[in-house]
Write a protein that binds this ligand. Structure first.
Ligand code: KIV
Ligand code: ZN
Length: 390
């Protein structure tokens, strides 16, 4: 059965760059945008052009540079924002304006002090105005996660009628449960007039650690675009992580969903974004963390050395990591020690290994990790102290 395509909308340069301390200059943004294009991202959200002259300049420069991906600029449902975004995107091969407004009761009451009907009017006006500049207009219903589904369907129907080509359903506060978010997408598929002609998009935040699970639930219920970032960076606890959704779909082929992303670029792009933003990745981060392919317990090491798939569901080379790491600690066993020693040129008999292992445990108990220089020292001591080497 042929797989259906899920588009990857990368917002590292917009939602990701909103993170305190992650501000990038135009040169850095161009470097990241070029990489995103090369790795197969479908849509690059390059920035929020009206927010500052620097952001305008970055969106404009990225628009000129990018050859394959759609380049997108964010706006509020405000004429000036839309006009400025259109200007910044004017040289893009495939420009998209991303406009929208808060739709939850909290946003309508406290941010806008208005009524649902007026919010629909503003949404329609924004989409219609954006349509005068570009064909491709994405509408976002901010805080859709906490918006009543009936009202959400009403505003989405109106946005489609005004010309929206993509409907973004953000769980802006990261509130939804996966089942609830999936049900929302399903409800929209079944109740929005004209939905068959547009693409539904998931934009999920990670406040409860559910951003990836929610986006996945969204696409399992009919959405066909995921908004995500490299390393999952973004406002507060971040967004859905690009590398996670890409690898989930590769691992679970039975979903019959695929992306355009070349996974070989994942690790290097993660390093690039971390370096440029000065925002380092937690070691236990899925797919790209320093420990994602590192094994330290003796039981796991023994299994991986015998057959990698006993404890690894992804071949590290698939995501651009050269090899699995066997970390030597006091929890490691003889198999791991022999494996590392062999890589360093020490071929040990069984008897020799037994004696080296005793020295190794003495070392390992005093350290967090045993490194290659320690191994040389352990071998020296073992040679001096043990008849097995005679
Ligand atoms: O989280 C959100 O709702 C957003 C929108 C501006 C798309 O980032
Ligand atoms: Zn967001």
């Amino acid at each position: 059965m042929n797989s259906e395509k899920v588009e990857i909308f990368d917002t590292t340069l917009r939602d990701g760059e909103q993170v305190p301390g992650c501000k990038l200059n135009t040169r850095q943004k161009l470097r990241i945008a070029a990489r995103l294009d090369e790795m197969g991202v479908d849509v690059i959200e390059a920035g929020f052009p009206v927010s500052s002259p620097g952001d305008f300049q970055s969106v404009s420069a990225i628009s000129k540079l990018i050859k394959n991906a759609t380049v997108c600029g964010l706006t509020r449902a405000v004429e000036q924002d839309i006009k400025v975004a259109a200007e910044a995107l004017k040289d893009a091969k495939r420009p998209r304006i991303h406009t929208g407004i808060g739709t939850s009761p909290l946003h309508i009451k406290y941010k806008f002090n208005t009524t649902e009907d007026k919010i629909v009017e503003r949404a329609v006006a924004a989409v219609s105005y954006a349509k005068t500049f570009v064909e491709d207009v994405e509408f976002y219903a901010e805080d859709a996660g906490r918006t009543d589904n009936e009202f959400l369907a009403k505003i989405c129907t109106a946005a489609i009628k005004a010309g929206a080509t993509v409907l973004n359903i953000p769980d802006t506060t990261g509130y939804c449960l996966p089942e609830e978010y999936g049900r929302k997408i399903k409800y929209l598929k079944e109740n929005v007039k004209g939905i068959e002609g547009v693409r539904l998009s998931c934009h999920c935040h990670n406040d409860l650690g559910l951003a990836t699970a929610n986006a996945l639930s969204g696409i399992m219920n009919g959405a066909r675009q995921i908004e995500c970032t490299i390393n999952g960076i973004g406002e507060r606890a971040g967004n859905t992580s690009l590398e996670e959704v890409v690898m989930i779909l590769r691992q679970h082929q039975n979903l019959n969903l695929e992306t355009n992303i070349n996974p070989k670029f994942l690790y290097d792009t993660s390093l690039m974004v971390a370096r440029e933003m000065g925002m380092f990745v937690q070691p236990n981060k899925a797919i790209v963390g320093a420990n994602a392919f590192a094994h330290s317990s003796g039981i796991h090491q023994d299994g991986v050395i015998k057959h990698r798939e006993t404890y690894e569901i992804i071949n590290p080379e698939e995501v651009g990591v050269t090899e699995s790491a066997i970390i030597l600690t006091a929890r490691s066993g003889r198999a791991a020690l022999a494996y590392r020693a062999k890589k360093m040129g020490y071929e040990l008999t069984k008897l020799q290994l037994d004696s080296v292992y005793v020295e190794f445990l003495n070392f390992a108990d005093a350290r967090k990790e045993v490194v290659d220089t320690d191994i040389h020292q352990i071998m020296e001591l073992s040679r001096k102290n043990n008849r097995a080497f005679a």
